[in-house]
Design a protein around this ligand. Structure first.
Ligand code: DAH
Length: 340
């Protein structure tokens, strides 16, 4: 009796598995058949009530039914999985022939852009890039640069004082003494960064940027400085750039020079960017004054140095044909969009 019943249960379950139309329905059949109080599980428990001679036959049949049901469940389950996967692949299909939708592309602000360009060139030439504090002491900004209190050249660099001895640095030259105190020659450093002065018009902003360079070694001469700056300028503005060195004065260099380059816009012919002169004044430089080396603990009999200081805002303005320095600090998105 029980045997016939089992065969019927098996057929019914197989039909249900066959007609299940979802994973959920299939699971319901699984529980109905193999769950704790499922049909096959209950049949196994029913073995107790069967006479010992009938038991092996019944046991074998129960096993056969269980295997058949498990197999059918597995086959149907895999079919559902395959169908679900096919559906997902179909839905998530990417049409690689469809034209892309580009997002908005940003661009570097002209100042960090010019810092990147210049430091990249300097790093290629063996310089290390350093930083120094924007809030600086009077000592590093002025005294150690051979600009004592009441020196007339302080007038050109009037800055913002926090106390009598603490100020916003007016020149990146302030890092020179800091680095000379820390390092043992030979060394080559550049320091880009913000600088401050009490100045404001179309070409001057109270906050601006400079890049300082310093090389200290034995047997350094003006010739090294000139050749290094020539390479730097040609790499920044192009091989056909003309370079002019003019004598000048800075308290921290002796001799001192100012460096002009041919206007990248008109190549020396004269235009509105170079105000008709064909040349643009870009930086100050010179052979480090031995006094400056000595103040920072470097033996000026053994070592010499050369230094240079770039105005980065001016460089960025020239490279991007910007006429008013204030545009660099206004965060006007229409202006920034043109930098792409
Ligand atoms: N610090 C100078 C300035 O702000 C620029 C400068 C001139 C830097 C000559 C130097 C240098 O290192 O040698 O006007």
């Amino acid at each position: 009796m029980l045997l016939d019943e089992l065969v019927k249960i098996k057929e019914d379950l197989l039909k249900e598995i066959q007609s299940a139309s979802s994973q959920k329905e299939l699971n319901d059949v699984r529980i109905k058949a193999l769950g704790k109080s499922g049909l096959i599980t209950s049949a196994s428990k029913g073995m107790r009530d069967v006479s010992p001679e009938d038991r092996p036959k019944l046991g074998a049949l129960i096993n056969e039914v269980r295997t058949a049901i498990e197999q059918a469940l597995q086959v149907k389950g895999e079919k559902f999985e395959q169908e679900a996967l096919n559906k997902r692949l179909e839905e998530e299909k990417i049409d690689i022939t469809e034209p892309s939708k580009f997002g908005k592309v940003g661009a570097l602000h002209p100042i960090p852009d010019v810092i990147d360009r210049l430091t990249d060139i300097c790093v290629d030439m063996g310089f290390s890039v350093v930083e120094g504090p924007e809030i600086e002491t009077d000592y590093y900004n002025f005294e150690a640069m051979n600009i004592p209190k009441n020196h007339p050249s302080r007038d050109m660099q009037d800055t913002f004082f926090i106390t009598d001895e603490i100020l916003l640095r007016s020149q990146t030259s302030a890092v020179q003494a800091r680095e000379m105190e820390k390092r043992k020659p030979p060394f080559k450093i550049v320091c880009p960064g913000k600088t401050y002065r009490n100045d404001s018009d179309a070409t001057h902003s109270p906050i601006f940027h400079q890049l300082e360079g310093l090389v200290v070694d034995e047997n350094i001469s003006m010739a090294d400085l000139k050749s290094m700056l020539t390479i730097l300028m040609k790499r920044l503005y192009g091989e056909d750039t003309m370079i002019r060195f003019r004598p000048s004065f800075f308290p921290f260099t002796e001799p001192s020079i100012e460096v002009d380059v041919s206007c990248p816009n008109c190549h020396g012919k004269g235009c509105n960017i170079c105000k008709g002169s064909g040349m643009l004044e870009l930086l100050g430089a010179g052979v480090v004054n031995p006094k400056v080396l000595e103040m920072s603990g470097i033996d000026s009999k053994k070592y010499r140095g050369f230094a240079f200081g770039f105005g980065l805002d001016r460089t960025a303005m020239i490279l991007n044909s910007i006429s008013n320095i204030k545009s660099l600090y206004k965060n006007d998105i229409r202006f920034l969009n043109q930098m792409k």
